[in-house]
Design a protein around this ligand. Sequence first.
Ligand SMILES: [Zn+2]
Length: 432
Amino acid sequence: MYEIWGGWVITSEGIKENYSLAIEKGIIKDMGPRDEMRKKYNFEDSIGKYSRIVCPGFVDAHMHSFQIATKGLTADESLLEWLKKYIWKWEGELTKERAKACAESAYLHMLHCGVTTFSDYTSVHHVEEAFKAARKFGMRAVIGKTLMDRNSPPELQQDTDACLKETKSLLKKWHGQKKGLLSYAVTPRFCITATDDLLRGCKKICDQYKVLFRTHTEENMSEVKWERKEYGKSSIQHLDELGLLNERTLLTHCVWTSKKDIRLIAKNNASVSHCPGSNMLLASGAADTPYMLKKGVNVCLGTDVAAYYNFSMFEQARLACLMQKEERHDPHAMDHIRAFAMATKNGANALGLKHTGEIKVGNKADLILLSTTHLAFSPLNDAISQIVYSTFPYAVDSVICNGKVLMREREVLVADARKIMYRAKEILGVKK
Ligand SMILES: [Zn+2]
């Protein structure tokens, strides 16, 4: 048993001062004022300082590790042009070696940003490289092969039965691995690249294995017009009719989703991963997250890298607030408390991970320590407000996942950070 402590600990019951957590076998066994905990337990190790904020690890509920090589090249395009010009081209040329370098580089970057759990949409090929990297890093990961059986470039489009068969085989091999740290998610890219047969096949697998169904929905106006012309209804209604809206569904974006469809999502207990940075960069629009939350939709946050350029969940929480204030000319439209929940416990709920995302006894020890010895915390008036509005990933001091220390005082303990950065520079550069 060891101790994690800080001057401020953000628990499910509020912020506690000079507080200590007892960690054993990956679980938060006990917590309380530090002086009492030190008398109660004989800790083998102690991680923390008075100048640290102990916070739940961030949950990046939507990202694409295999796209990171396009960082810096893709701004100033809208979704469909961005996909065709950069992303599908890169994904079509992806090799096993590049997939490995992408995944390791992305997960290293996420560690530095205080992410302990992520939902990675890989590409069509080399999916196992993401699982292997996540296993090496010891992070909590939900990973799945992207499925496309129509309207896609030939090197990425697959036969319906073949891609469903591969999904099943990857799921059987990886779901629940590494003591449950790794999960599989069935992942069609979006409705216009998936036939109804593919979507029905996805539902069958999700029902059989009780795994997450996730897909991009209603991100961009051109995409939405295309879908409405084809289906005569929205893609949300189409997914509902196929039985694909339920508590194990995670819809990404929902920028152009009507209020009626938001109520449909709420009624079916599906979740939405909101990606404000990506929606702003690709000029997609502003999702109506205040209405979603009001109607009881579980809204979480994703960076959507590479439709955004970094893995900072501080930044996504900040943008989630600023986007709504700006869009609605209402300072109360979104606040730091709701944004912080979206970046932590709502993400865990959306991914079906019930025992993480919050600091409370019995939960998994998925934690980060933030250093307050930065100007962003001088003075420290409101820890959550300053996490959302003031600070950057440089404040992340240590990262713990499932009780294992992955980064301690900025030193990554689970991988050779220099080697990974060198490999990324060496083999991932994309020539224009
Ligand atoms: Zn995405």
